[in-house]
Write a protein that binds this ligand. Structure first.
Ligand SMILES: [Zn+2]
Length: 58
């Protein structure tokens, strides 16, 4: 019983870490609406602008 509760908590924790680290790994962003993207879109899925540019991380 206790074991399953611990696993459930651990799973939630891992899921949250995965979600937060995903937002650190955006590869592209829209210059118009500043939406972070994970794919090199030809047009921003949020505002339709073609100003999707690679995010520089040095
Ligand atoms: Zn946009």
């Amino acid at each position: 019983m206790g074991l399953f509760n611990d696993l459930g908590k651990k799973f939630e924790q891992l899921k949250q870490e995965a979600e937060s680290s995903a937002s650190d790994e955006a590869t592209h962003g829209c210059r118009e609406c500043e939406t972070l993207l994970y794919t090199d879109y030809a047009e921003c899925p949020e505002c339709g602008s073609d100003s999707v540019v690679p995010v520089r991380r040095d």
